[in-house]
Design a binder for this molecule. Sequence first.
Ligand code: AHG
Ligand code: MN
Ligand code: MN
Ligand code: MN
Length: 333
Amino acid sequence: MQFGRTTLSKFVIEHTRASHGELGALLIDVAAAVKTISAMVAKGALGGSLGALDSTNVQGEVQKKLDVLTNEAILHHCEWGGQLAGMASEEMDDPYPIPAEYPRGRYLLVFDPLDGSSNSDVNVSVGTIFSIFARSTAGDAALGDYLRPGCEQVAAGYAIYGPSTMMVLTLGNGTHGFTLDRESGNFILTHANIRVPEDTREFAINTSNERFWEPPVQRYVAECKAGKSGVRGEDFNTRWIASMVAEVHRILIRGGIFMYPKDNKDPKKPGRLRLLYEANPMAMLIEQAGGAASTGRQRILEVAPDSLHQRVPVILGSKNEVERVERYHQEYD
Ligand code: AHG
Ligand code: MN
Ligand code: MN
Ligand code: MN
């Protein structure tokens, strides 16, 4: 046991004194939910929670049992503390009002309770993503309170349930990673001030959608695949895990570019990933670590949302590669 190491609780209390402890208390509840989910996910087939339900969520995705259980874990860990004005999630059509018996606060918590849930049955890393906004006053949130650009987030983070469970967090002052010590039950600061390398030779994209992409993304990927024999003059490597948390985590640790770009598969959907609880928190974490996050045409954090579950193209990671993809969009438009 190493005394004196920084726990997540100590870190958030020290960094949220300006909010009189409210934001810190909320983050500690989020961390408690993450520990519950970590234990639930780790049970695998022994927990009886694998597999799908008959229900679909608002995006038409078949819900996994774990999508629903993890959603409930976060609601119940975070609803009682008096810091929240409301919550919204991938798995609920509408925002969740704070139950009548609990006090209201001024924060809004928006989350993807189980990211990469198609991987939950196959024992591959999954995660939880969250984003926090503040209202100026305490009280019940209206739908419009949630529709704010990501640059107004006061905190964002994710948990990754991999060989170790980690929580990666930003409060607008760098991106910091905490590893769960399963013996003590504490999250310990193990990755202070993560920096994304500016250059990379690793890209992540679901190439089964290649025929639906726009020409700038097709051009970028073709150049990467051409490797040494093409204009880039270097070989690239590719990775696709199908858990955004796992891709972003890899990029934070060793660099890379991740793309779920605009495609013409379904004209009603400008991309696959959801702005409020996937793209915005990841964009803040990546920018705070010195990377970039773009739709190809705009900084993700400046996109003004018009609905809770809206989708957005996502291109994020090592700065010089993201800027190159943006340049290809400019040259095309
Ligand atoms: P979720 O499991 O929360 O619905 O999100 C899945 C997302 C994201 O994690 C991943 O990058 C992407 O969907 C995978 O999409 P494909 O199945 O098209 O590869
Ligand atoms: Mn889903
Ligand atoms: Mn997701
Ligand atoms: Mn999800």
